[in-house]
Ligand binder design. Structure first.
Ligand code: KG4
Ligand code: ZN
Length: 330
């Protein structure tokens, strides 16, 4: 059975995984850089790149050891080649190239978004193409018709902020710290989602796209009045964001009757309220719902290794001259 070594370093997680073509995860590790970036209230690209330089190679050594595997046993090496913070992408991609050169292995230069898009198939062998994917992360908010490996049709995108970015900015406004998404979700548990009247940008619009900048500004204004508590603001923001996601996704579901499932992936897909709301939407629609486990929603290398395995099975290998791309739409 094919064995892929996967490397992820496009943002603030250094991650390495060994994944087999039969979907078994042989070994994996994720090192978060939260502590490095917390004092700055957000990810500092240069600090991220330098932390990847320190963490990545010892982590590869450890994951190989944990898996009882030598580099010679691996069939190919997959690394995120973009999109993302370019310093970190370069660390991961160049490391993968060097290992490929030394061990005579093929390189798989994986699009990080494709990693998220195919991640549900790593844990659900029954998930077939085509499916409707809501991809919600810190940098992206898209609805994609996933028609096959390498075949993605974008149905909608955000006209301003990504939804993860809105969570992060809201956390900053409310003084909830970094990273923002999980902090907002935690604070919201103590709050009333109907306490603060907030807009639902784009809801009901015939146009398919998302918008979150106005919602974030509304949170800022509501907070400035001093009339609302932090948990109520967090809960009301989260409810508004979820309403937007559900409305836009419902519209896309209607336009894609051939979809075999509604799938959600990306960091925001680890949010419990988001998952429950989308599961409800799929049920109403009579469509199957698939959400990867939370650890597979946030950045990790198992999804990169798996996307590599899917590409290798189709013979889609890359040359050692593969570029590192800060921007790389699916
Ligand atoms: O996919 P990901 O780990 O990295 C990117 O590719 O961007 O997504 C990170 C984003 C961040 O904006 C983070 O705040 C958000 O996902 N996030 C969450 C939760 N966990 C992570 N947002 C809402 N609720 C969560 N529990
Ligand atoms: Zn991601």
């Amino acid at each position: 059975m094919t064995l892929i070594l996967g490397i992820e370093s496009s943002c603030d997680e250094t991650a390495v995984a060994l994944v087999r073509g039969d979907r078994s995860i042989v070994a994996q590790a994720v090192a978060s850089q939260d502590a490095d970036h917390r004092p700055f209230g957000g990810v500092v690209p240069e600090l991220a790149a330098r932390a990847h330089v320190e963490a990545l190679t010892p982590m590869i050594e450890r994951v190989l050891r944990d898996g009882g595997v030598r580099l010679a046993d691996v069939d190919a090496i997959a690394a995120t080649a973009g999109p993302g913070l370019i310093g970190g992408v370069m660390v991961g991609l160049v490391t993968a190239k060097a290992l490929c050169l030394a061990a005579h292995k093929p390189l798989l230069a994986v699009n990080h978004l494709e990693g998220h898009a195919l991640s549900p198939r790593l844990v659900d062998a029954e998930l077939e193409f085509p499916y409707l994917l809501l991809l919600v992360s810190g940098g992206h908010c898209q609805l994609l018709a996933v028609e096959g490996v390498g075949r993605y049709r974008r149905l909608a995108t955000t006209i301003d902020d990504a939804v993860g970015e809105a969570f992060d900015k809201t956390a900053k406004i409310l003084g909830l710290g970094f990273p923002g998404g999980p902090a907002v979700e935690r604070a919201a548990r103590e709050g009333d989602a109907r306490a603060v009247p907030l807009p639902r940008p784009m809801v009901g619009w015939p146009e398919p796209h998302f918008s979150f900048a106005g919602l974030k500004s509304a949170v800022l204004r509501a907070h400035a009045t001093g009339n609302y508590g932090i948990p109520d603001l967090a809960a009301s923001f989260q409810a508004a964001a979820v309403d937007c996601l559900v409305d836009r996704t419902q519209r896309a579901l209607r336009s894609m009757p051939e979809a075999k499932a509604l799938v959600v992936a990306g960091g925001v897909a680890s949010n419990g309220i988001v998952r429950t709301a989308l599961a409800g939407l799929a049920a109403t629609h009579g469509t199957r719902f698939v959400a990867p486990p939370p650890w597979l929603c946030t950045d990790n290398a198992a999804m990169i290794a798996w996307a590599g395995a899917e590409r290798l099975a189709l013979g889609l290998v890359d040359g050692l001259d593969a570029p590192a791309r800060p921007r790389w739409p699916l």
